[in-house]
Design a binder for this molecule. Structure first.
Ligand code: HEM
Length: 126
């Protein structure tokens, strides 16, 4: 018997699409974070983050087919990420997570991971 992945349990592609779209709506209006994103159009960044999260939670591995190994710390080196950037990132992610209306246990599992991952990517502590 195959176990249902967290990806499937929370609603698959559509759930991650909504999460990441809401997140980037916040980022697009954020004076601290927006300048960090190199591309004028945030669609590509949205695709990459969604693809990564889909893969991480057990969905299709399109992200690695297109981008290779995630190596998230290395890929964030070009961006100065201090506590303020981390907290701003998490604020928009929190809006995204809450917009999903997931059952409490699923919401907690997703959120705890995002908090942990965001803390691990701080590369310029104050
Ligand atoms: C890429 C900022 C945390 C996953 C990026 C980019 C920026 C950025 C500016 C480049 C956008 C692009 O792809 O064009 C930040 C900041 C964070 C943060 C300020 C605050 C801590 C995270 C976390 C994750 C994540 C926690 C995963 C859970 C990714 C992925 C990419 C990316 C998958 C695309 C990598 C690639 O394939 O090139 N991030 N990020 N980021 N970020 Fe973050």
């Amino acid at each position: 018997m195959t176990e249902t992945s967290f990806y499937e349990a929370v609603g698959g592609e559509e759930t991650f699409r909504r999460l990441v779209h809401r997140f980037y709506e916040g980022v697009s209006q954020d004076p601290l974070l927006r300048p960090l994103y190199p591309e004028e159009d945030l669609t590509g960044a949205e695709d990459r983050l969604r693809g990564f999260l889909v893969q991480y939670w057990g969905g299709p591995n399109t992200y690695s087919q297109e981008r290779g190994h995630p190596r998230l710390r290395m890929r964030h080196v070009p961006f100065v990420i201090g506590e303020a950037e981390r907290d701003a990132w998490l604020k928009h992610m929190r809006d995204g997570v809450e917009s999903l209306g997931l059952p409490e246990d699923q919401e907690k599992r997703l959120w705890d991971y995002l908090v942990y991952a965001a803390h691990s990517l701080v590369n310029s502590p104050s």
